[in-house]
Every structure is written in C-alpha cells, then in structure tokens.
Design a protein around this ligand. Structure first.
Ligand SMILES: [Zn+2]
Length: 479
C-alpha cells in the first residue's frame, strides 16, 4: 500500500498529464468540479470576516471568546444557518452550527478555536489586534493560530448553504473557546456536556501545513496523531544560609546540575505507526541524501546516527522520535546574598502517545541521580492520549485527492509535536485530521504564537479552498 502510493506519486509527477490521468481515476473529482467556487471572487468577503475576527481581542486569559462567537452567529443568522452558543462561563461561548444531510453517513465536524495566546506588544512592529495588511500579508495575533481555520469553516458552511449542496452527512462547524490552555471552557465542556452536538465520524482541525520548496508545494502535511504534553517539575531542597559561606548541598547548584542532565539525556528512540508512515512517505519524495536519512531512521541499527543529525539540524524531526524534554523555566532565590532552601525548574516534556509516564519519570530520576531533587508531574494538561487516526478511509483519501488536485503534491501523514483539541476527539473515537496553511516562503517569520504573527492572503485563500474541496468530496451526495 505504502509502496504503491509512492510509485503512483512519482508516476504522476514524471509524466506530463499524469495528474490528469490520476484524477480521471477518482470518481469524486466530478464533485469537486461540480461545486467549484471562485474563491478569488469571494476574497473581499473572506477578508472582511477574517479581519473582523482578528480585531476582536480574544487573548486567553481571559479569552472573551463570546464576542467572536456572536460575530460569527450574526453572519450565520443572516444566511439562515441554524446556530447555537454553549458557554460554561458567559464570556467564553463556543459556537456550533449544523447543516443537515440525509443521514446516510455519520457527521463531519469542522473545527477552529477563537481564542489566541497573549502578545508582548513592545516586540511587535504593528498593532497585534489591528489586522494590518501589508504586501499581501495580514499581521495579527491569531492570523495563523487559529482564526484562519475559523474563517475557513465559516466560508465552508456559508457556501454549502448558498449552493444548496445536498449532503449525505451532517456538516457541523465548531468555533471553540479555550483551546490555548483552558479546554475546560471549550472542548472538554462540549465533550462532557454536549457530546451529541459535535459527535462525528470525522473532524478537520488545525495541526497540519502545506510545505513549499523553491516556490512550489512539496507536500501537504496532515497530522493524524499528536504528542501528549506532560509538564515535569524538579524541586531541589537544601539548607538556606549566607551567600558568603558556600555549602555542598546548595539547592540552586543541585537544580542546575539536574536540569543540565535532563536536557542532555537523549531519551530512547521509538517510532509509531504515524511517524513510520511519515518518514517512509517523506523519503519517497525527498532528494537522495535526505531520503537516505529518512530511511535510515526506520532502521534501529542506523537510527542513532541520524538522531544526532536531527538534534543538530532538524529539531522538528528529532522530537518526533521520542518523548522529549526541554527545560523552560527556573525559579530560585530572592536575594543575591542568601542561599535559598528551595529551587524549582520546569521541564516541558512531550510524551509519545503510548508513553508509560510513570516509567519515564522513574528513568528521569535515575538519570538525574540526586536524592535532593524531587521529580514530579506538574498539573496534567488534560489532553488524553489516543491512537492515531486512520489513513485508509474516505476522509484521508479525500485529503490526498485535494492535495493532488490543488497542488500536484502528495499528502504525508504525521504526528504533531504540539498539542491540539483533536486529542479529545480522537479519544472519543472521532477520526481527526490536522490541516493548515502554507508555511514559509512568504514574508518574515511570524508563525503561530510568534511576534508579528502573519499569514499571506494567498495562503488563507488556499486554506479555505483546501477545506472546501475536502468537505465537498467527503460530505456531498455523489449525485
Ligand atoms: Zn491553535
């Protein structure tokens, strides 16, 4: 299956007209053609909604997502789309809208989160809540994460409604609150209290991206799994005392040594179905030297050598091979001449979905090897571990068709090193897929969570079109 996929792609790329040949084998092609939308013509409308949402400050905390939910509600009501708000707290509403299908298939859920992470305003060159447009880019907190998905979902529902698309499954749109660290008001609240409102066979959400190489699309990354955030606290304890009298059990010194050991520990390499598929498929479309590395990492005997290379050159790949540790915070002392009795550090641990965290902590204690340093889990992220979503169903095939038709490029399934609300859905049995906009190639750095976050208008248009084509293929009645 995997081998033939690779061959098929190479054949398509090598032969002029190969893409046409492929699409003619896909019965769903006619659906995407029948419901083709002129997205360039829709651009003023999409940008109006997008900039309006970006100008609503939904920094979490405190969130205030209700203002964004109400803005979307107003648009949907105007167009006759049934919509419902669900709020655990009045200021933190989630919005659910549903277009009914004929019920022959189970629903499709389209999801985006309305809250954003905070900004350090002094580090931005523009107002982060003004949606400044400059040279084809839109700058704002949330431009990449995740109001682009929100507006894509809005446009999908609006066009389904306007074109009277007959659906063989319900299409549900969820604009959720609280994704950035407070799922109790967002996905957890909905899963626990209103599950029937969002229960679906498939979900599409943030997580993936479209990767370019030399100005053309190289592949579309669709995330089918993700790591589980597991914060770990290190607490070193020792006697306090005067800074003029050094002592061997100084808590600051013990903590620093423990952090250094934890950071230097090359945790064990372990592949899973998602990462194995990722490296196999990536090898099939990469230049020879990269391809050799991606194949070598699949071989336990040669993996350690590649691992070293990844650590130094491809940290995005290094993290996929393991449960990873990155020290992120340290707290110690309050006066320059006082040895404190306690010092603390925080390790951002990102566990493989199948990690036995108790065993991992025991191993970390062994590596630190210092009885004065306590190693414990910080409060749980609340995101459950779940098996990866499948790559052999109608949804994944639709994603592959869309990528091939729009970009002439294959889909690579992968595991996200970060965390999303797909985790909660997967743990409820929903097959959840992360897709995303074109990354890199245009504009300065300014990805999710960074200063000067931005998205190109082209990337936004393509994201919307990608979602639309996939939704049509998976949810429209064939005739
Ligand atoms: Zn996000």
């Amino acid at each position: 299956m995997r081998v033939s996929w690779g061959r098929r792609f190479r054949a398509a790329a090598a032969l002029p007209g190969g893409v046409l040949l492929l699409t003619s084998l896909l019965p769903a092609a006619s659906l995407q053609e029948r419901y083709a939308v002129d997205w360039a013509q829709r651009q003023p409308e999409t940008l109006e909604y997008f900039t309006h949402l970006l100008r609503i400050d939904t920094t979490n905390p405190p969130g205030n997502e209700t203002r964004a939910a109400q803005a979307i509600e107003a648009v949907f009501k105007r167009e006759g789309i049934p919509v419902q708000l669900y709020a655990l707290e009045p200021n933190r509403a989630n919005l659910v809208a549903r277009l009914k299908g004929n019920g022959s298939k189970r629903p499709l859920l389209i999801m985006g989160h309305t809250d954003v992470v905070g900004v350090q305003r002094e580090r931005w060159t523009v107002d982060p809540f003004a949606a400044v447009r400059r040279r084809g880019l839109i700058y704002a907190r949330g431009a990449n994460d995740d109001k682009d998905h929100v507006v894509a979902g809005m446009m999908a529902l609006l066009e389904l409604k306007r074109m009277h698309v007959k659906l063989d499954r319900d299409v549900i749109f969820l604009a959720e609150a609280g994704e950035e660290g407070t799922p109790r008001v967002g996905i957890d609240y909905l899963v626990n209290q209103y599950w029937p409102e969002i229960d679906a066979e498939y979900a599409l959400a943030e997580g993936g991206s479209v990767l370019e190489d030399n100005g053309s699309v190289h592949h579309t990354l669709i995330t089918i799994s993700e790591k589980v955030p597991r914060g770990v606290r290190l607490i070193a304890r020792g006697p306090s005392g005067h800074g003029s009298r050094p002592i061997p059990d100084n808590a600051v010194a013990h903590l620093a040594a423990a952090v250094a050991k934890a950071a230097a520990w090359q945790t064990p390499i372990r592949l899973n179905d998602a990462t194995r598929a990722y490296f196999e498929r990536l090898a099939a479309i990469s230049p020879p030297r990269d391809a050799a590395r991606y194949r070598a990492v699949l071989d336990p005997a040669r993996a350690p050598e590649v691992d070293r290379y990844f650590y130094e050159h491809e940290p995005g790949h290094y993290t996929l091979l393991r449960t990873s540790i990155a020290p992120t915070m340290m707290q110690a002392g309050f006066r320059s001449n006082v040895i404190p009795s306690q010092a603390e550090a925080y390790l951002d641990v990102r566990a493989l979905p199948d990690e036995d965290i108790t065993r991992f902590l025991a191993e970390l204690r062994r590596v630190i090897n210092d009885p004065s340093v306590e190693v414990m889990l910080a409060s749980s992220s609340g995101r459950p571990a779940a098996p990866p979503s499948r790559t052999d169903n109608a949804m994944f095939h639709a994603l592959e068709d869309t990528s091939r038709r729009m970009f002439g490029a294959p889909v690579i399934p992968g595991m996200l090193a970060g965390a999303t609300d797909c985790a909660q859905l997967r743990s409820k049995g929903v097959e959840c897929y992360g897709f995303g906009p074109m990354a890199g190639g245009e504009g300065p750095s300014g990805g999710a969570h960074s200063d000067n976050e931005n998205i190109s208008i082209t990337a936004l248009d393509k994201l919307i079109e990608f979602l639309w084509n996939t939704v049509i293929e998976v949810a429209a009645e064939p005739r």
